[in-house]
Design a protein around this ligand. Structure first.
Ligand code: T5A
Length: 223
């Protein structure tokens, strides 16, 4: 029944954000599966999308610390990687697909602004993403136990996986949410010490009411 209301409207755009290794991909997959179980058409998309040519360049930057690019250029690559998907994203939503995103604009702004590069404040960082679609709901996964995150397999392999830098990113996420989220657009899910299924259940408690929402949502919202 939750799904019938949505079929006449465009699909919902749901975003899961968080620091590295907080369980975003795990939860995006679990949520997509649960929504499909409701009879919904669902697409999950992850950013950066490392498959495209721009994405391959981003992947090289993240995985090879010897590969140097100006911070501004890297920032624009991440943004371009989102713009590559915009028409497909709109089509999917208009076709009634619910789209679950694994990182999007807020990651773009938070990671770049956290570098402290002169001139790269939040406003500057948002500029190239202006005109991208704003999610109907953003879920921000937080984990206060940074040690447990640092102990997760593979942490430290990529460029930004450094606990001190992650703390700066967290601060910038909060600043970005304060600046660019309207009331009701953001929910924080504290995942500290919680197992995967418990987190999935908490996320579902937030998402389910959204599926019953009856106000017209065919209009897109934009950053
Ligand atoms: N970036 C990204 C920018 O700088 N600008 C941008 O515009 C964008 C979009 C790569 C980097 O790029 C930066 C941010 C990143 O530094 P990424 O590929 O999304 O972005 O990198 P990660 O966040 O590191 O992605 P991961 O897939 O590695 O982490 P996830 O998705 O948060 O975590 P997940 O689900 O893969 O889980 C990691 C491990 O933890 C376990 C899982 O089983 C897995 O082993 N796990 C749990 N363990 C215990 N309890 C739980 N509740 C758990 N949940 C998951």
């Amino acid at each position: 029944m939750c799904c019938m209301l949505m079929r006449e409207m465009r699909g919902k755009l749901i975003l899961i954000e968080g620091l590295d290794r907080t369980g975003k991909t795990t939860q995006v997959d679990a949520l997509a599966e649960r929504l499909r179980g409701c009879g919904l058409k669902v697409v999950a998309a992850k950013f950066p999308n490392r498959e495209s040519e721009i994405g391959q360049l981003i992947n090289r930057y993240l995985t090879n610390r010897d590969f140097q690019l100006p911070d501004q250029a890297v920032h624009l690559l991440f943004s371009a990687n989102r713009w590559e998907y915009i028409e497909e994203l709109k089509r999917q939503l208009n076709d009634g697909y619910c789209v679950v995103l694994d990182r999007y604009v807020f990651s773009g702004v938070a990671y770049s602004a956290a570098k402290g590069t002169p001139g790269m404040d939040l406003q500057w960082c948002l500029q190239p993403d202006k005109g991208l679609l704003k999610p109907d709901l953003t879920l921000f996964l937080t984990n206060e136990d940074s040690e447990s995150i640092a102990n997760r397999a593979g942490f430290g392999e990529e460029r930004y996986e450094d606990s001190d830098f992650q703390l700066k990113v967290k601060q910038k996420f909060h600043e970005a949410f304060d600046a660019y989220c309207q009331e009701g657009e953001l929910r924080t899910v504290n995942v500290t010490g919680k197992g995967i299924e418990q987190v999935s259940a908490e996320i579902w408690d937030v998402i389910e009411p959204l599926l019953h929402e009856t106000r017209a949502t065919n209009e897109f919202k934009y950053f």
